[in-house]
Design a protein around this ligand. Structure first.
Ligand SMILES: C[S@@+](CC[C@H](N)C(=O)[O-])C[C@H]1O[C@@H](n2cnc3c(N)ncnc32)[C@H](O)[C@@H]1O
Length: 289
């Protein structure tokens, strides 16, 4: 499957983007709870690998409820500054609320489309984008924007889903969706292969690309928690609503819960997540021959 698959007309792109935004608006409060704790863990890992320096100006694209941005604020310190942006106004509100609650004073948040960043070129030392790239209908355009706003020598840090995604549940879920003839709302595959991600970054003009695949074992308490985790992902409930009757939705949920029940152990349900991190640089500061 091509990573660049996009809706064919500008109208379709605009409609998809609107549906994705609405989906995230609807689930923002639930997503902000980070039900399985994975997004918090992966935000920390992205920054541990990236090591932002004190004093940096950092942009987090598709910031959601602010996990990466708020952690970055501690890395860059009082002499640095963080900006988070997201297409969903509800997510931006949650990020601002969490900043207030955590008394973070060097991070601000704005509503913005990743494909049209409202910043001049060459202004950020670092750009991050966690589990959001595949949400953007034109990933190449979004990456070009991230590169444009980076200073020469500035660094990009991405986290995405790699092969294996959310095993074994992801594959079982995919089979079930096929049975119900469900078409994904997102125009890009959720899972990236390392070589495809590398190619996408190369084509966007980045250099010194490094891709790191990892695994993280997480235990869900019960089937209901896994189903709720799915519903916390904005495009998922929108996809269900638009393609299935209420009866079909109930049937799919029951089938899914039955499958999950079969995976239950004394400890709960084992979920192995497969994050795929990517790091790259915008040429310039230390340009080599
Ligand atoms: C899975 S969440 C990730 C949020 C956050 N980065 C994290 O790690 O928790 C995906 C986010 O992408 C945002 N998003 C989707 N399409 C977008 C777009 N075109 N521009 C900016 N943000 C977008 C959604 O609103 C949502 O907050």
């Amino acid at each position: 499957m091509s990573l660049k698959k996009s809706p064919s007309t500008p109208e379709e792109v605009a409609k998809t983007r609107r549906l994705i935004r609405q989906g995230w608006d609807e689930v923002a409060a639930e997503y902000a709870k980070d039900r399985l704790g994975v997004f918090d863990a992966f935000a920390g890992r992205l920054l541990d690998l990236l090591q932002p320096s004190r004093g940096e100006v950092l942009l987090d694209v598709g910031c959601g409820a602010g996990l990466v941005a708020l952690k970055s604020a501690a890395w860059v310190g009082d002499s640095g500054r963080v900006v988070g942006c997201d297409i969903s106004p509800a997510m931006v509100s949650w990020a601002k609320r969490k900043a207030r609650e955590q008394e973070v004073t060097n991070a601000t948040f704005q509503q913005m489309d990743a494909e049209d960043l409202d910043f001049p070129e060459n202004v950020f030392d670092t750009v991050t984008c966690a589990f959001s790239l595949f949400q953007f209908p034109n990933m190449d355009k979004a990456l070009a924007e991230m590169r444009r706003v980076l200073k020469p020598g500035g660094r990009l840090g991405l986290s995405n889903w790699g092969p294996g995604y959310f095993s074994p549940i992801g594959a079982l879920q995919r089979d079930l969706f096929r049975e119900f003839d469900l078409k994904p709302l997102l125009t890009n595959p959720i899972v990236f292969r390392a070589d495809n991600l590398r190619k996408l970054l190369e084509e966007a003009g980045f250099r010194d690309i490094e891709v790191i695949a990892e695994e993280e074992e997480v235990w869900a308490e019960n089937p209901a928690q896994v189903w709720a985790f799915n519903l916390d992902m904005g495009p998922f409930p929108v996809m269900l609503r638009r393609q299935l009757s209420p009866e079909q939705q109930a049937e799919l949920m029951q089938n899914f819960l039955d499958i999950l029940q079969g995976l239950m152990t004394e400890k709960g349900i084992k979920c192995v997540f497969h994050p795929l991190y990517a790091f790259a640089e915008k040429e310039g500061k230390f340009a080599r021959p």
